[in-house]
Design a protein around this ligand. Structure first.
Ligand code: G1P
Length: 297
């Protein structure tokens, strides 16, 4: 029987060093793309896939991430009094049913695998999704929904994958492919951040996963992998053969918002999708493009 997906784990304990000084006193997942923080994109995407329960794996200085989903009474009353109904509506998706969000602490940065293991009591014996809020996906069908749909067909683990330039394989979890139908890929192996010359393919995992709870058995061994961290990829690799394991070439564009250029690109791509902003953005982009062309000339 394929169990329904109801739980999401959001690892958000990272220090955000790549965005200092912005992230000195603020969680990197609170950085906005246009006017919405990364964490809210992740929660909305998961809810669109039927997820009802969330567990944030947090660390020091990250309380704003949980508070973002509280009811802000004073703010809402004031907005109502002032007739700001549009703004009020924009807050709607930050309101989850009572008890839908939990937080556990990862006291030490021991890797993504360790972060997921910190949520073991929340996961229990259920399948679950993981969303890394740094990875933002612009798509018609939300990326997690695409994964969930694939999961309800295949069962087992499903990870979102995309091709990357071979010289970038050392930044990602990389698939060893058993069978590839162009959309769904049967996984024969997984390697965390391999050097281009030894990478089994250039199909990389992005920060969206549907996983089986058995991954916790392997995570609990606390074996260190790449970067001397407890790697999720290594624990997932051990599930191959025990449960069905697929990669899904999702439809959409992924932005690495943990990187400055990726973050800037996401701002433009998401702003251009907004009818209230697109005309003005297009206009200033034309200006900067012609300025850049003159600089080159
Ligand atoms: C993590 C995972 C990696 C995955 C990547 C996606 O790496 O370990 O397998 O490909 O996320 O963004 P990180 O970006 O935390 O170094």
């Amino acid at each position: 029987m394929i169990k329904p997906l109801r739980k999401a784990v959001l690892p958000v304990a990272g220090l955000g060093t790549r965005f200092l000084p912005a992230t000195k006193a603020m969680a990197k997942e609170m950085l906005p793309v246009v006017d919405k923080p990364l964490i809210q994109y992740a929660v909305e995407e998961a809810r669109a896939a039927g997820i009802e329960q969330f567990c944030m794996v947090t660390g020091r200085g990250k309380t704003a991430l949980v508070e973002h989903f509280d009811i802000a009474y004073e703010l809402e009353v004031t907005l109502k009094e002032r007739g700001k109904h549009d703004v009020l509506r924009s807050l709607q998706s930050t309101q989850l049913p009572p008890g839908a969000i939990a937080a556990v602490r990862q006291q030490e940065p021991m890797g993504l695998g360790h972060a997921i293991w910190c949520a073991r009591a929340f996961i229990g014996d259920d399948p679950f999704v993981i969303l890394l809020p740094d990875d933002l996906v612009l798509s018609d069908v939300p990326c997690t929904k695409q994964l969930a749909d694939a999961y309800y067909e295949t069962g087992g683990c499903v990870v979102a994958v995309t091709e990357v330039p071979r010289e970038h394989t050392n930044r990602y979890g990389i698939l060893d492919v058993a069978y590839d139908d162009g959309k769904l890929v049967e996984v024969a192996g997984l390697v965390e951040k391999p050097k281009p010359e030894v990478a089994p393919s250039n199909l990389s995992i992005i920060g969206r996963y549907v996983l089986m709870p058995q991954v916790l058995d392997f995570l609990s061994r606390m074996e260190r992998g790449a970067g001397n961290e407890v790697q999720l990829t290594d624990a997932m690799a051990k599930l191959i053969g025990l449960v069905p394991f697929h990669g899904l070439r999702y439809e959409g564009r992924r932005f690495d918002c943990g990187d400055k250029v990726g973050f800037l690109e996401a701002q433009l791509a998401f702003a251009l999708k907004r009818p209230d902003l697109a005309p003005a953005v297009r206009q200033f982009l034309r200006h900067y493009v012609s300025e850049a062309a003159e600089t080159v000339a």
